[in-house]
Design a protein around this ligand. Structure first.
Ligand code: SF4
Length: 685
């Protein structure tokens, strides 16, 4: 804080980047951010923060920041007043409903929005428009976690608090690169390993933690389910399963046992490319540990069979009795974005209301109807990919995109842009003139996480407060204010005058949040859900007495391995995997507008030296990458971090066109895109 004078003020808030949820003290002077300090008493970060949360706040004052609404007139986006912009949107939404009914309107909410913003967005769609066409960006990352964990255990979240995970004596880290993507958690995991915990890393790349692993499994992308079945096969074959737990608290063992007979180590080695002895070594480490824990990331979910991947990974914890007991720390997804857990918790989903009640359940709907005073539609709405398909087909007439740059981050980006262009009204809440905003008819400038009030939910289900450290610039408004103002422009009072009111209303509606309030969070700092009682702590560790499934049991899943949607062939011989790098966040719209750009100024296409030689590519030269769906240009970097036959790049620099390469293959259960497996070829520019 050197250089920060006595007039400085501090505001405690929660980081707006990754899902770790570091508590930060934002130091301001003369109305501007002077420094961002990690809070020593931060419940997750304990005085640490990474290069994103700590230093990437320059975006706030970027000259590119939108500060006035924009309205498309004669093909050009031009500045407009708020009243004019909101009236235009209200007229457009009414026209869309008149022409095609409520289901001709859809909204995409996001992790950029607070819980209270998300709550109000889904309420707007259900109450003002009368549709369940609302989804959020978890569709693109952890929707298979929600589906898989719910099916296996009963609730849509990690099973344990990270504080417990840190007490594990064996960590199985799968499809995640926490050292770069979730640095504070990466450091805590590494610290645990340095203090004696065994570490098994399962990831095709030599990610940072793999350097410290006792066993590093490098499966071919898209073969996770076979890998997990192979590990489960060994657990059973070597009698490392917890038979008492399986008898008392699980179901599905006979079916799984029968399936696993087809997954002996040699066959799994053929499918995955992981040597059988490494499989056995990994299974023994996990199987013999006293307190094993599983931590996983998008390398498990972003697949054609992502939900099967989550469920077959969960099988391992169930077989070991390492979930819902004190003999292990369950299955814990690392959420990539600050509030991607919360966006779903708040019901910004086409089939679920706040707190995960199904819209098809009359009892759930009637509880919401009592609070909202309207009839809630019973038919599930469109998922994000279906929204784009409906727009291309002419069935979707208005789309509201809140904080997502869908043209940059969604797969098969050319088709997304076509969908937006085909939709008569596209409204975009944005910080900058993003790729998506360029296709919008109305762009509404919004407050950033440094400028708004509310809460986020982090990756281990903790609600934490978000507080405005500085005022939003220019005429910028919060998402919360915009949703309320638009409802008013359409003649509806949504209630919820403040974000605190919105969380209070959500708590009345959803029993799992009934004990939560801003006041409580202001006093306690962080409270995990489920939290049904204001006088009792939230449940950090789940399922100690019973699982939340209808029969109270953990459900083993016997789902066979099926190949990915794309496999390399003679025309496209390499597999592209995309992921995150340490200095940037998602589409990079915030982290590229500040000092972090100097730390990591361009994106690279990483490829193995053997492939560089085979395709005559030199490090540092620009190459063209082609898939069956599109073309991108990147600078080659030769690195053994990437396995032979694979290439890797981030999605932080959309200008490279990386998501024009990715396919529209998606998880068969949740429609989560198969970002982790795209067949490509590399050619000189
Ligand atoms: Fe913490 Fe993640 Fe923010 Fe880094 S980006 S400070 S690890 S919450």
């Amino acid at each position: 804080t050197s250089g920060v004078g006595p007039a400085a003020a501090r505001t405690r808030t929660t980081c707006g980047y990754c899902g770790v949820g570091c508590a930060l003290d934002v130091v301001t002077q003369n109305g501007e951010v002077a420094a961002v300090l990690p809070a020593r008493d931060g419940p997750v970060n304990h005085g640490h923060a990474c290069v994103k949360g700590r230093f990437s706040h320059g975006f706030r004052t970027s000259p590119e920041r939108l500060t006035r609404p924009l309205l498309r007139r004669g093909g050009t986006l031009e500045p407009a007043g708020w009243d004019e912009a909101l009236a235009h949107v209200a007229r457009g939404l009414r026209a869309a409903v008149d022409a095609g009914g409520p289901d001709a309107v859809a909204a995409i909410s996001s992790a950029r929005a607070t819980n209270e913003d998300n709550y109000l967005v889904q309420k707007f769609m259900r109450v003002v428009i009368g549709t369940n066409n609302v989804d959020n960006c978890s569709r693109l990352c952890h929707s298979p976690s929600a589906a898989g964990l719910t099916a296996s255990f009963g609730l849509s979240g990690g099973t344990d608090s990270f504080d417990d995970v840190e007490r594990a004596d064996c960590l199985l880290v799968v499809g995640a690169n926490p050292v770069e993507a979730h640095p504070v958690v990466g450091a805590r995991l590494l610290n645990r390993v340095l203090h004696g915990a065994k570490l098994v890393v399962a990831d095709p790349r030599a990610v940072g933690l793999a350097l410290h692993a006792d066993v590093h499994l490098r499966p071919r992308p898209g073969t996770n389910v076979a890998l997990f079945h192979g590990l489960a096969h060994i657990l059973l074959a070597e009698r490392l399963a917890d038979e008492e737990f399986l008898r008392a608290r699980a179901t599905g063992l006979p079916e799984l046992t029968q399936l696993l007979a087809d997954y002996p180590p040699d066959r799994v080695a053929d499918i995955t490319g992981v040597p059988a002895p490494d499989l056995v070594a990994a299974a023994r480490l996990y199987g013999r540990a006293e307190r094993p824990a599983i931590v996983y990331g998008l390398g498990v979910t972003e697949h054609l069979h992502g939900t099967d991947g989550v469920r077959s990974l969960a099988n391992l914890a169930i077989l070991r009795g390492a979930v819902g007991t004190d003999r292990g720390y369950g299955v814990n997804p690392l959420r990539g974005q600050n509030n991607v857990q919360g966006a779903s918790d708040m019901g910004a989903l086409p089939d679920l209301l706040p707190g995960y009640g199904k819209v098809t359940d009359p009892a759930v709907r009637s509880r919401a109807e009592r609070v909202w005073g309207v009839t809630v539609p019973a038919r599930p709405g469109l998922r994000i990919p279906d929204m784009f398909a409906a727009a291309r087909a002419g069935d979707l007439r208005a789309l509201w995109v809140i904080g997502e740059d869908v043209c940059a981050t969604d797969p098969d980006a050319s088709h997304v842009a076509q969908a937006l262009d085909a939709c008569p009204l596209v409204v975009c809440n944005e910080l900058f003139l993003s790729e998506t905003a360029r296709h919008a008819d109305v762009v509404l400038p919004v407050a950033s996480w440094l400028e708004k009030d509310g809460t986020f939910v982090n990756f281990d289900r903790r609600f934490q407060r978000v507080r405005p450290a500085v005022p939003p610039p220019g005429e910028t408004r919060t998402d919360f204010d915009i949703v309320r103002a638009l409802a008013k422009a359409m003649g509806v009072d949504l209630g919820c005058a403040t974000p605190a009111d919105a969380l209070a209303e959500c708590a009345r509606l959803a029993p799992v949040f009934a004990g939560l309030s801003h006041d409580r969070l202001d006093h306690e700092g962080a409270v995990p859900w489920p939290c049904p009682d204001p006088d009792r702590p939230g449940e950090a560790k789940l399922y100690l007495e019973r699982f939340a499934t209808p029969d109270g049991l953990a459900h083993l899943a016997a789902t066979p391995y099926l190949p990915p949607g794309e496999e390399p062939d003679d025309s496209y011989p390499l597999v592209l995997v995309t992921g995150r790098r340490w200095a940037h966040y998602n589409s990079g719209s915030m982290t590229r507008r500040g000092g972090n750009l100097a730390l990591d100024p361009v994106d690279f296409l990483d490829l193995h030296p053997d492939d560089a030689a085979r395709y005559e590519v030199r490090g540092g030269e620009q190459v063209t990458v082609e898939s069956r769906h599109g073309r991108a240009r990147l600078i080659a970097r030769v690195s053994e971090q990437t396995a032979p036959g694979q290439v890797f790049c981030s999605f932080h620099f959309p200008a490279s066109g990386i998501n024009r390469l990715t396919s529209d293959h998606a998880d068969t259960v949740t429609s989560c895109p198969e970002y982790k497996v795209t067949a490509v070829r590399v050619a000189p520019p």
